[in-house]
Design a binder for this molecule. Structure first.
Ligand SMILES: NC(=O)c1ccc[n+]([C@@H]2O[C@H](COP(=O)([O-])OP(=O)(O)OC[C@H]3O[C@@H](n4cnc5c(N)ncnc54)[C@H](O)[C@@H]3O)[C@@H](O)[C@H]2O)c1
Length: 316
């Protein structure tokens, strides 16, 4: 393999970064451009919860990349619209002649407990994250399969394991993990890889004024310790996530496929494969398990090492 000049690992490649007007997406767009890629900065400038705004952060990021000597164009269409997503892919092909890298970083957040989570909160978060990922992967795959090369880098979250007050977000991010694993298996043979990142970074999503005020209240009412508060307030910036995305986009990562990584300042880790851990077995001749047998045997076998994450509490 020919090693490109230092800092130009993506020279000649074209990349679409969704949600690139702010936060992690913006940091990635700048890093990929810094590595020589030409960038479609895709972002309609949505509010934190997906509301329409008058802001045009994509144009600002295009300006930043151009000021650094890079090549970039903006795409203001929302990724959750099937046709609009196809248009973003088309814009990249028209401007740069290929689609080598798609980074799915667009995201919104609507946090409520499940009993308060409205249908609109559910639909909006699932649509932007999960359908947005599908839209971009689906349209990109048609081009990448023909090219017999490509990189799809998705954004999940550690919340995919289940997080309180985020049923919509956790479900979307879990869906993105499964989608990524499926894409890897469908597209790998065509030289296209798909991986996902669960990041931690201080952005509008994690550290807007509402979050900061909420943390202050928790500190004042003793719900969190000063140490916990200080560590949340010191959350590192999104620039620490970008190099891992650039790495996954390089030729050097051609066999890194179908993996889920956690990335934050000073820490890159990989999730284990989801496997069945242990089983209760019956031969065909023994017939089916009865409910009584399961009551008797599951607690002392399958459930060992699997505590209830939220045991019932007495009413206060
Ligand atoms: N910041 C973190 O610690 C963290 C943790 C876990 C996961 N994530 C994920 O990382 C990704 C980036 O998050 P961030 O923290 O940079 O958030 P952010 O709010 O700073 O940026 C998200 C960007 O997505 C854009 N966007 C929203 N809806 C869009 C749509 N329909 N089409 C295109 N763009 C749209 C917004 O305009 C915004 O610029 C998200 O998928 C998020 O869920 C972030």
């Amino acid at each position: 393999m020919i090693v490109p000049p230092k800092g130009m690992n993506l020279k000649g490649k074209s990349a679409i970064v969704t949600g690139a007007g702010r936060g992690i997406g913006r940091a990635i767009a700048l890093e990929l451009a810094n590595q020589g890629a030409r960038i479609v900065v895709a972002d309609p400038g949505a509010g934190r919860g997906g509301e329409a705004t008058e802001e045009a952060p994509a144009d600002q990021v295009v300006g930043e990349i151009q000021a650094l000597g890079g090549e970039a164009i903006s795409a203001l269409a929302p990724v959750d619209d099937y046709q609009a997503a196809s248009g973003i892919i088309g814009q990249c092909v028209e401007a740069f002649g290929s689609v080598d890298i798609v980074v799915n970083c667009a995201g919104v957040l609507r946090e409520r407990m499940i009993w308060n989570l409205s249908e609109d909160d559910w639909d909006t978060v699932i649509r932007v994250h999960l359908k947005g990922h599908y839209n971009m992967a689906h349209h990109a795959a048609k081009v990448m399969r023909g090219q017999r090369s490509g990189r799809i880098i998705n954004f999940s979250s550690d919340a995919w394991r289940g997080s309180v007050g985020q049923a919509n977000y956790a479900a979307a991010k879990g869906g993105i993990v499964s989608l990524t694993r499926a894409l890897a298996r469908e597209l790998g043979r065509y030289g296209v890889t798909a991986n996902a990142i669960c990041p931690i970074a201080a952005t509008r999503m994690t550290m807007d004024q509402g979050v900061i005020d909420g943390m202050k209240r928790r500190l004042e009412t003793g719900l969190i310790t000063q140490d916990r508060y200080d560590s949340i307030m010191a959350m590192p910036g999104p620039e620490f996530v970008a190099p891992m995305v650039a790495y996954l986009a390089t030729d050097a990562a051609e066999d890194v496929n179908g993996q889920i990584f956690h990335v934050e300042q000073g820490r890159v880790s990989i999730y284990c494969e989801p496997v069945e851990e242990k089983a209760l077995l019956k031969t065909q001749d023994d017939g089916m398990f009865t409910v009584e047998e399961l009551i008797d045997s599951i607690p002392g076998s399958l459930m060992v090492g699997h505590p209830n994450p939220a045991p019932a509490e007495p009413e206060s």
